[in-house]
Design a protein around this ligand. Structure first.
Ligand SMILES: NC(=O)c1ccc[n+]([C@@H]2O[C@H](COP(=O)([O-])OP(=O)(O)OC[C@H]3O[C@@H](n4cnc5c(N)ncnc54)[C@H](O)[C@@H]3O)[C@@H](O)[C@H]2O)c1
Ligand SMILES: [Zn+2]
Ligand SMILES: [Zn+2]
Length: 368
């Protein structure tokens, strides 16, 4: 079939919206009509050419939500008409990692996905007979996408898809960092560095877990105000003395849980150092630049602090994204306030500009 998609033709250049060919879903795959798609940092990171594993041409986009239109042979869990959220972090339910409760990093299709192909090693996207590689296994800056069934979370049709799409990446990443990776205990003190989509999600996650103190640190007053609306009990402007201020406000010990959601390695270090002596857990969600390293003074570890990383919030997408969407519908998560701009597919590059200007939290492409 023919469909319109935003193609990254060259790094550092605006995406070019054009008509592409999309082949039918093969066994284990589904054709999804996109209804909405958020614009995330990882799309911008790849578009800019900074991501060392990036390639062109490709169709970006990974925060998609839509409706299944057709399925290939052997597809069992989704059917035409189902509402779905796309999963760049799939869940096959069969591999060693999927069978473990200790991780959400599915091993089934990692290699092919990283190279831009669907699990059988080929692409469904093409132009004039030339294959075009997929991005993050999703390529949702397009009217339609073909994805493996294991990369689709079936959600209730009651959820508006222009809100549900945020659960495809940023929001789930933040919430899950608190609920799944750190498993924040009720009554604890939490510090979140960064109040973008991921950090605000972590604020929400800490609140859902019943944390007593939720301290959010950012450089922007507007974002800190949003953090307060989502459950932060205290806010703080970041800076070199952030660790000292946090330690001071926690009786000289530091916080039970800290979260890093800036991607800045200096802030990651602050997150480690403001975790409590004895049992403080620092969860790193930010993605650092190429070649950057995190400096940790070993004494901080010897004295009982732990550091862990979190990909997609430790969330097993097919099982848990539908549950998060239910919690949103039940009124536990205010998703509306995160959607700051609605764009058409043709305006997708504007989404990058808004992100660079820190104008709003999320721009969402509306395909309707
Ligand atoms: N682990 C994952 O699976 C995953 C998924 C999505 C995004 N990410 C990463 O998470 C990070 C955050 O993403 P986002 O979309 O929320 O980004 P964002 O740019 O919207 O938010 C980052 C925030 O950090 C703040 N900040 C910058 N310097 C600071 C400082 N010194 N102290 C305190 N705050 C500071 C900024 O003001 C901004 O509000 C990025 O690195 C992104 O790549 C990770
Ligand atoms: Zn993302
Ligand atoms: Zn798996």
């Amino acid at each position: 079939m023919k469909m319109r998609a935003a193609v990254l033709e060259e790094f550092g250049k605006p995406l070019v919206v054009q008509q592409l060919d999309l082949a039918e879903p093969r066994p284990g795959e589904a054709l999804v009509r996109l209804v909405a798609c958020g614009v995330c940092h990882t799309d911008l990171y790849t578009a800019s050419g900074t991501d060392p594993s990036g390639y062109v041409p490709t169709v970006l986009g990974h925060e998609g939500a839509g409706v299944v239109e057709a399925v290939g042979d052997g597809v069992r869990d989704v059917a035409p008409g189902d509402h779905v959220v796309t999963l760049f972090s799939p869940q096959c339910r069969e591999c060693l990692h999927c069978e473990s409760t200790r991780t959400n990093i599915c091993l089934a299709i990692r290699e092919q996905q990283g190279q831009g192909y669907l699990p059988d090693g080929t692409a469904r996207l093409s132009r004039d007979g030339e294959p075009i590689r997929h991005f993050m296994g999703t390529s949702t800056f397009a009217e339609y996408a073909v994805l493996p069934e294991i990369a689709l979370a079936k959600i209730t049709p009651e959820a508006p898809l222009d809100r549900a799409c945020l659960f495809a990446c940023g929001l789930t990443t933040g919430i899950g960092a608190a609920t799944n990776t750190a498993k924040v205990e009720a009554g604890s003190t939490c510090v979140i560095f960064g109040a973008g989509m991921v950090g605000l999600g972590a604020v929400v996650g800490c609140r859902l877990q019943g944390a007593e103190r939720i301290i959010c640190v950012d450089l922007s007053d507007d974002r800190l105000e949003l953090a307060t609306n989502h459950g932060a009990t205290e806010t703080m402007i970041g800076g070199d003395d952030a660790v000292a201020r946090i330690v001071e406000s926690t009786d000289g010990f530091g916080a039970d849980y800290t979260f890093e959601a800036t991607g800045n390695v200096g802030v990651m270090r602050q997150a480690v150092e403001s975790a409590r002596m004895g049992w403080g857990l620092c969860t790193v969600a930010g993605v650092a630049g190429k070649g950057e390293t995190l400096d940790v003074i070993p004494r901080f570890l010897i004295t009982g602090r732990r550091v862990c990383g979190s990909s997609f919030g430790g969330i097993k997408g097919r099982d848990e994204v539908p549950q998060l969407v239910e919690r949103y519908l039940a009124g536990e998560i205010d998703v509306d306030s995160f959607v700051s701009h609605k764009l058409t597919l043709d305006d997708v590059s504007r989404g990058f500009e808004l992100m660079e200007a820190q104008d709003g939290i999320r721009s969402v492409i509306d395909f309707a």
